[in-house]
Design a protein around this ligand. Structure first.
Ligand code: EPZ
Length: 418
């Protein structure tokens, strides 16, 4: 079993280069299915979820070569529009292949996607929007068969700005007849990255990142070469660790513009934030201040993915911070582990009230999901003594060698494999 061993209680000092974004890379990998010509995806992070996407592509008949964070994918010989359940349930992002396969074959056969257990996570918004565009769905014993006989162009309004549903619509509509308009789309930077990748393949999509996305369907897409954006959640992880432990860190290859709402809150903790074009310096000289209320919202609001990270940073803050998680109904599972480390948190439904304690102590804890697991590493670094984190498979879905990166920042962190 693989675990992380952390000896905490020291300030951080160091610098690192932030990895490519998992949540941008995954829909982009699905998009490579849309052309028979090869695509090159650079800055593609070496993560278990990314390897699951490769396995899905290979299972469909694509050829994947991955070396040095660069994936070459050729979808010339795709044989089947069907993904086996064992791969579907490994991650939530397997659902992107629904839009991509419908676009390429007019047909897709999939099971329900898996992913971090953050709540019910249905795919009803994906299905409803696709139905409006002419896709029919049949479900039998957990297998969904989707068929697109005739694409119906038009306007689709999402009842909630779902990230995955917006991306699936881009994948479905890039090759189509006429214009499709998406109202109330999600505006996350990863959607802009997918739009840019698809436009690099010859698609005509505009408006990602705004309130309206317009897709002028094209007949065919070609191959392209693209560099995935930096991972904003990973950057927020190292920034939060700096606030939790104190010290000074430099995060290279990051885009501070993607972190606006997070950095606004971080400054309120007393951190000095120097945001340059593609790098971020965080200096924390004192015990952090609490920040009042943090409510997670769709982008550009405070991101749900950063809620556990910021909470970890404020466990020893002066005063009380209230976290209100509005995106997922079950995203406070890290609270119980923080409490095991001596944190003072009152949790009620989707609200956690954190009163900073003078000192956390190390403990044996388990990662219950990806960002919650990374948040335990932050808490472990700032706690006095030894922390051991089990179930780190969750963390490895989104962080390339977290232990090595934290060591670059001066953290005493080791990977235990036995
Ligand atoms: C994406 O998940 C991210 N995953 C998540 O990151 C992130 O937490 C989330 O967006 C919100 O920002 C990827 O990009 C691969 P949603 P997604 O559809 O697309 C409900 C991480 O840690 N909903 O915007 O699944 C849903 O249940 C991960 O990297 C429906 O009800 O998020 C949730 O409550 C975890 N019906 C809310 O909307 C639907 O059909 C937001 O979900 C779809 C979603």
């Amino acid at each position: 079993m693989r675990r992380l061993a952390i000896y905490g209680g020291k300030p951080l000092k160091g610098e690192l280069t932030v990895q490519g974004s998992k949540n941008a890379a995954l829909p982009i990998l699905a998009a490579t299915l849309l052309s028979a010509e090869p695509c090159r995806v650079c800055n593609c992070p070496d993560l278990t979820d990314v390897h699951t996407a490769f396995q899905i592509l290979e299972g469909l008949g694509a050829r994947v070569d991955y070396n040095g964070f660069e994936a070459q994918i050729s979808s010339a010989n795709i044989r089947t529009p069907e993904i086996c359940d064992a791969l579907m349930c490994k991650m939530r992002s397997s659902v992107f292949f629904l839009g991509a396969m419908l676009s390429r074959f007019g047909k897709a056969k999939i099971g329900y996607p898996g992913g971090c257990a953050l709540g019910a996570r249905p795919i009803d918004l994906h299905i409803k929007a696709m139905e409006q565009l002419g896709v029919t769905f049949q479900e039998e014993a957990g297998t969904i068969t989707a068929t697109l006989s005739r694409f119906r162009q038009g306007t689709v309004r999402l009842a909630f700005p779902s990230v995955g549903a917006t991306e699936n619509l881009l994948l479905l509509c890039a090759i189509s007849k006429g214009e499709t308009v998406i109202l109330n789309p999600a505006k996350e930077p990863e959607i802009v990255d997918l739009q840019n990748f698809l436009n690099g393949m010859g698609a005509k999509i505009q408006g990602a990142g705004s309130d309206v996305i317009r897709i002028q369907g094209v007949h065919k897409l070609h191959g392209c070469s693209y560099r995935v954006m930096p991972d904003r959640v990973v950057a927020a992880t190292y920034a939060s660790a700096t606030v939790a432990c104190g010290g000074e860190t430099l995060l290279r290859q990051t885009n501070p513009e993607h972190l606006t709402s997070f950095l606004e809150v971080l400054k309120r903790t007393g951190a000095e934030v120097d945001a340059q074009k593609a790098q971020l310096r965080i200096v924390m000289k004192e015990r952090p201040y609490s920040v009042g209320m943090v409510k997670t919202l769709p982008y550009p609001g405070f991101p749900t993915d950063m809620q556990p990270l910021l909470m970890a940073a404020l466990l020893q803050a002066k005063g009380t911070t209230v976290f209100y998680e509005t995106i997922f109904e079950n995203r406070l599972r890290h609270v119980a582990d923080f409490q095991r480390m001596g944190a003072d948190i009152a949790a009620d439904g989707q609200i956690a009230t954190v009163t900073g304690v003078g000192q956390l102590h190390g403990a044996k804890v388990r990662a219950s999901d990806l960002r919650g697991g990374a948040a335990l590493a932050i808490a472990g670094l700032s706690a006095c003594g030894y922390t051991e984190i089990g179930d780190i498979g969750h963390i490895e879905r989104g962080y390339v060698h977290l232990e090595e990166q934290l060591r670059l920042l001066g953290g005493d962190v080791a990977l235990i494999e036995d």
